[in-house]
Design a protein around this ligand. Structure first.
Ligand SMILES: Nc1nc2c(c(=O)[nH]1)N[C@H]1C(S)=C(S)[C@@H](COP(=O)(O)OP(=O)(O)OC[C@H]3O[C@@H](n4cnc5c(=O)[nH]c(N)nc54)[C@H](O)[C@@H]3O)O[C@H]1N2
Ligand SMILES: Nc1nc2c(c(=O)[nH]1)N[C@H]1C(S)=C(S)[C@@H](COP(=O)(O)OP(=O)(O)OC[C@H]3O[C@@H](n4cnc5c(=O)[nH]c(N)nc54)[C@H](O)[C@@H]3O)O[C@H]1N2
Ligand code: SF4
Ligand SMILES: [Mo]
Length: 694
């Protein structure tokens, strides 16, 4: 028997936890979190452990396919990799001849492994790269940029050392990042307080010292009142504010009407509870970590909610502080050189982006752009036609609202390719499917993690592919060859890794011992006096000129959200611990854990509609009705219903997931037109549904 240990990286969600895989005679026998990584120490979540089930699963794409029937009909021709890649290259060349290379759009799911395909796009000469983030954390990112001048990853969540953690629209114990879960549990064992602000009693809420059940969509009101309290009672860090704030007086003036009593009317949270909470925060400052949110593409004012959270953290002096939001460190902060980038091998294309990010919308960061504005450009051909689309690790037909409308938009495309390891609605609607090997069967480019102590990490192949699938770098390297991008041709992965590591002082064998290479001895907290904000003034800006220049206020007066009509509810959603978005429902192990979602509905409201626990109900909007079982509970706000996202699969190739549960995205008519114009995020929760007993 030959037992082997391989250090690798989990691929069941974008967190990308470092893992250790044990194999015996070429088969995976055990997976655990990498025991050498602080905060992980052997831990893995249920999804990560279920990676083994992907290996032999014949309900995933097993070989390259070219569509022969209508789009979406599911008629495929099995082809060789040579034929598939030649076909893709030929089609792209044809389209580029007519419309130019800028007519290619590639969208992905973000994350640390993007260098190769982004280099490919640069080489080809298209500026049209977007990631998924307009459907996730864009509002948070743009909020950080507007106050600090750096993005949300310019700071670290120092959970280990926090004295008070506040989660608002953030369910840390179910929407999992293994290290964050471990660090928060440990901090709480050492006395850290947890406050949760949610519309329902999530698992995180059940563990909180303070739980505020808030009226959906009124978080900004709550936060404005917190700022009011901090300022009027001088509970903020005055030294810090004097040193680092610009236009503090404007904030003081703006905040005047927003008293805790006013907020009580909006949020349903008693003013005295808010006042006590603010006192606790002030006592614990600066080791307070009010999480700015992750999946915060919910309302048309979600940008302002995240922005108010950053302002609160700053008022408490926690931005830059141990136990709060200390500054992230990059390799350069340890006098180390970062990885060589494939992207640097080619010039940045000079064409304007089709989504308008960075020029038509100067307040939207151009790097990852805004996917749904690129969709708009496909539809309108303004500023120019987009005709070819590669969806890489992305399923917009599940992850953006109103898939039927989106399919019509995609019908304007001449060519669609999906690169994925599982079936998805997008892959099913594509012209070519290029099947990726699941993470245990592939290598990936080396990635760097900026952190208090930055490190490099590597995904090594634990076992050989069971089907005719390939690694991402191989797919893009072969495509590069066919497209004449010579600098991106690599014969094997070691050659690629060596290119990345050259001059960094790190060699491939340095990864052998633990799978990661730390770039220093110990975590570094840079002193607050060294804080440098990247805003024009170098300070934390209450007024952001880029926004104001677009006629968008930096300090936006509060507007009350609409209340649902009788028999209707605001549709809300979130994650569960055992699935990742839409792509794990058909995983044999995870399907067994949770085969379908249920509709959380308030017990009093359910009573009025004659709905009892576990009844089948019809949920309707936009001409679509889905059926689902009701979870009747007092633990959700009466104005909302809640589902776990990612269910309601209808693909015949997924026999397990097929027909189970409700697809929330289908209940959001014209959804991607409804977004936060200041932050760019889709406003997924601005939709109401009717619920009836089936
Ligand atoms: N297990 C698991 N973990 C994951 C993922 C996964 O798919 N599965 N996905 C990863 C990704 S991509 C992301 S973005 C993160 C998301 O991480 P989170 O943002 O923490 O996750 P969600 O479950 O989307 O939302 C958190 C909470 O917001 C609440 N909520 C809804 N509306 C409102 C409101 O109006 N006000 C308030 N205060 N609360 C509200 C929901 O009830 C939910 O409990 O999770 C990551 N981790
Ligand atoms: N209605 C509604 N919409 C939502 C959400 C919601 O809660 N409700 N959540 C939003 C959030 S937070 C997010 S992050 C997005 C997520 O949206 P997506 O990023 O589209 O979702 P995923 O399911 O993570 O991944 C998409 C596809 O990539 C494939 N894939 C997974 N890993 C890899 C990989 O390593 N390489 C490649 N090439 N393919 C891979 C999967 O098999 C899947 O088919 O959806 C957003 N949309
Ligand atoms: S959080 Fe879970 S699924 Fe995501 S990378 Fe880590 S172990 Fe894998
Ligand atoms: Mo996300």
């Amino acid at each position: 028997m030959s037992e082997k240990s391989v250090y690798s990286v989990c691929g069941m969600c974008t967190v990308r936890c470092p893992i250790q895989v044990i194999t015996e005679n070429g088969k995976v026998t055990f997976i655990q979190g990498n025991p050498h990584v602080k905060g992980i120490e052997g831990a893995i979540c249920g999804r990560g452990a279920a990676g083994t089930a992907l290996i032999g699963d014949h309900e995933r794409p097993q070989y390259p396919m070219i569509r022969i029937g209508e789009r979406g009909s599911g008629n495929w021709r099995k082809v060789t990799w040579d034929e598939a890649l030649n076909y893709v290259a030929d089609r792209l060349k044809e389209i580029f001849e007519q419309y130019g290379a800028k007519s290619l759009l590639l969208t992905d799911r973000g994350g640390p492994f993007r260098d190769f395909h982004r280099a490919f796009l640069r080489g080809i000469g298209t500026p049209n790269y977007c990631n998924h983030d307009g459907s996730c954390a864009r509002n948070v990112q743009h909020a950080a940029l507007s106050v600090f001048g750096f993005g949300r990853k310019g700071v670290v969540y120092d959970l280990s050392n926090a004295r008070h953690v506040v989660l608002q629209t953030r369910n840390i114990f179910e929407a999992i990042n293994v290290r964050e879960v471990n660090e928060l549990i440990e901090a709480m064992e050492n006395g850290c307080k947890l406050t949760v602000i949610d519309i329902r009693t999530s698992i995180s809420a059940t563990k909180a010292h303070n739980f505020f059940q808030i009226r959906p969509g009124t978080d900004y009101a709550f936060n404005l009142a917190v700022i009011h309290e901090l300022i009027t009672h001088k509970r903020y860090d005055q030294d810090y504010v004097n040193r680092h704030f610009k236009d503090f007086a404007k904030l003081v003036e703006f905040i005047q009407p927003y008293t805790p009593q006013w907020a009580e009317e909006e949020t349903g949270i008693r003013a005295n509870r808010l006042v006590n909470f603010v006192r606790e925060l002030a006592d614990d400052k600066p080791a307070v970590l009010w999480h700015p949110g992750w999946m915060n593409a919910r309302y048309k004012n979600s940008f302002y909610m995240s922005r108010s959270i950053y302002i609160i953290n700053a008022l408490l002096g926690s931005v830059g502080a141990k136990g709060g939001l200390p500054l992230v460190n990059k390799p350069g902060d340890y006098d180390r050189k970062g990885l060589n980038k494939l992207m640097d091998l080619y010039e940045k294309p000079t064409e304007k982006r089709a989504d308008g990010a960075g020029w038509k919308y100067p307040h939207f960061e151009s790097g990852p752009g805004i996917t749904h504005l690129a969709f708009k450009a496909i539809e309108t051909e303004d500023p120019y036609p987009l005709k070819a689309y590669i969806a890489y690790r992305h399923d917009p037909l599940m992850g953006f609202p109103d898939p039927d409308r989106l399919r019509k938009v995609f019908d304007k495309l001449d060519f669609m390719v999906s690169i994925t390891f599982s079936w998805s609605d997008m892959a099913w609607y594509s012209d070519v499917v290029l099947p990726l090997s699941p993470y245990l069967e592939r290598q990936t480019v080396i990635a760097a993690k900026n952190d208090l102590l930055p490190y490099f990490f590597i995904r090594r192949q634990a076992v050989l592919p069971s089907y005719d699938t390939k690694c991402d770098w191989e797919i893009f390297s072969k495509l590069s060859k066919l497209m004449g991008l010579d600098k991106l041709i690599f014969d094997n992965v070691e050659e690629l890794w060596k290119f990345q590591l050259e001059g960094t002082g790190v060699s491939l064998s340095d990864f052998d011992k633990t799978g990661i290479v730390l770039l220093g001895d110990k975590p570094k907290y840079r002193d607050v006096t060294e804080l440098e904000f990247k805003t024009p003034s170098g300070k934390i800006e209450m007024i952001c000129e880029t926004l104001e220049g677009q006629g968008i206020p930096s300090l936006k007066p509060y507007e009350s959200p609409a209340a649902p009509k009788d028999g209707q509810f605001r549709l809300t959603f979130g994650r569960c611990a055992v699935h990742t978005q839409g792509h794990t429902v058909n995983n044999p192990i995870l399907f067994e854990q949770m085969p379908e979602n249920v509709l959380w509905i308030n017990d009093v409201e359910a009573g009025k509609l004659g709905i009892k626990d576990n009844d089948l109900v019809n949920v309707s909007n936009n001409g679509y009705t889905g059926q689902i079982r009701a979870k009747v509970t007092e633990n959700i706000h009466p104005e909302a219903v809640f589902v776990v996202h990612g269910f309601g699969h209808q693909l015949p190739v997924e026999s397990r997931a097929f027909g189970h549960g409700l697809a929330d995205n289908k209940l959001m008519p014209n959804g991607y037109e409804i977004y936060d114009i200041a932050g760019g995020g889709v406003a997924f929760q601005e939709h109401f549904v009717s619920v009836k007993k089936a």
